[in-house]
Design a protein around this ligand. Structure first.
Ligand code: CTP
Length: 418
């Protein structure tokens, strides 16, 4: 008998695929989930097989593929698959699938799986804009969210044919990242489904700024932008309208982000954040900001002169976070700072964090230990959250899951501020 128990970090996932043109993108999602080590059973609807055939799903998943309840009836797969799944992901979820799920139909294997699922269900809808915005679909999505199903908002962009608008399936990488965060912290699915950040306008800075030395050289830092991007993805998942101010990211912008503002230097970042301050409920400074700049960069490339070294005067940049705090005009606007610290024998991480919270005057400080530089670009992190009420953490885990910890704390602070 084959042992179907996945390795400890690997989980059982059912990937439901409904019948839309975006079904081909589910192949990429399937590949990502299996490469992460998960055991994925694909359950396409009959209509999905019109777009991508059973052989493709079977070959990519390495597992049998069934569509109907009556296949392999002796294994009772219509009940077992749902009950045993750590996560059910439906991508794409069509208008028809959402309607059948919302009304509790059980007319094929996928809808049976949805009715027997004990753990998180994540749906990634894809359809034409008119169908997405139709009151019937809007009501079905609301019903599913009320029942705890995490329904992603579709991305906006080019749809099949010449039309464009909201309705595109989010990128496979985005769906996979959300799936991982829900597997790591299933509790967050409840918050995501309830949309506890819905209606909030949030601006997040991410990445690392660069100060030009000359036309080809710059002073930069090792930030990849992963933590800021994880915060943006998690906030969008929980319903927020997210603006991401990007300073040289090494990772892609998540599809749920409403607006992207690219910046390069600390001065650019300061200008973008000050503009954002007027219409944001929450501002998050996750970017790693250069503290020093040459001020005026050389307009021509710096040349070597003999054997001499180079000395250059650097001036301090604006403290963007501090400026946001001092220029805040609304009492209910929350400002979140990050702190990268290297503790010493004299000063512990906590002491450094409390001192920085006092210095910056922000509402919450997300603190991490950067000794050895290990956190930069890494998928995992350890965070300690510090605010006037006390400390929360330390929390360890994937940045995607830690991002939800940060929002849990922010939601608690925002509820207090109102
Ligand atoms: N920050 C900022 N503007 C700067 C420097 C930092 O807004 N010129 C923000 C960062 O985005 C982060 C917080 O301030 O949210 C703390 O950043 P960090 O680099 O840890 O601290 P610094 O202010 O640079 O202080 P120091 O390096 O002296 O510890």
């Amino acid at each position: 008998m084959t042992d179907h128990t996945p390795a400890s970090s690997a989980r059982r996932i059912v990937l439901g695929v409904a019948g839309g043109i975006a079904a081909y993108k589910a192949c990429e999602l399937l590949r990502r989930l299996t490469e992460a080590g998960h055991e994925v059973t694909v359950v396409p609807t009959a209509a999905a097989l019109q777009f991508v055939g059973e052989t493709t799903w079977a070959a990519l998943s390495g597992r049998p593929v069934r569509t109907e309840v009556f296949a392999d009836a002796e294994q009772v797969s219509h009940v077992r698959l749902g009950q045993q799944a750590d996560l059910v992901v439906v991508a794409p979820a069509t208008a028809d699938l959402l309607a059948r799920a919302a009304t509790g139909r059980a007319d094929d294997l996928l809808t049976n799986v949805l009715l027997t699922a004990r753990n998180t269900v994540l749906m990634a809808p894809a359809m034409h804009t008119e169908m997405w915005q139709h009151p019937a679909t809007v009501a079905n999505v609301a019903t599913l969210r009320e029942r705890g199903v995490v329904v992603l908002d579709p991305a906006a962009g080019r749809l099949t044919g010449a039309d464009s608008g909201p309705g595109r399936l989010p990128e496979a990488a985005d769906i996979a990242a959300v799936a991982e965060s829900l597997l790591a912290e299933p509790d967050h699915a409840v918050r995501a489904a309830a949309g506890d950040l819905r209606g909030r306008r949030i601006t997040i800075s991410a990445g690392g700024t660069r100060e030009a030395l000359d036309p080809v050289r710059f002073l930069g830092n090792a930030s990849s932008g992963r933590m800021g991007v994880a915060l943006a993805r998690a906030a969008a998942l929980r319903g927020a309208q997210v603006r991401l101010v990007t300073a040289h990211l090494e990772v892609a912008v998540p599809s749920g982000v409403a607006e992207v503002v690219p910046v390069s230097s600390t001065a650019d970042l300061a200008a973008a954040m000050r503009t954002a301050q007027s219409d944001s409920d929450i501002l998050v400074m996750a970017a790693a900001v250069a503290d020093f700049t040459p001020g005026a960069a050389n307009q021509t490339k710096i040349k070597k002169s003999g054997d001499e070294g180079l000395s250059m005067e650097l001036v301090q940049t604006t403290d963007v976070l501090r400026t946001l705090v001092t220029e805040r005009t609304r009492d209910d606007q929350l400002i979140i700072g990050f702190a990268a610290e290297t503790p010493t024998a004299e000063h512990s991480l906590r002491e450094l964090g409390h001192a920085k919270l006092a210095r910056k005057g922000c509402d919450l400080l997300v603190l991490n230990d950067v000794s050895g530089g290990g956190v930069f670009g890494a998928p995992d992190n350890e965070l300690l959250l510090i605010d006037a009420q006390g400390e929360d953490g330390p929390w360890t885990g994937p940045k995607e899951a830690l991002a939800h910890r940060v929002w849990d704390r922010v939601v608690a602070l925002a509820d207090k501020a109102h």
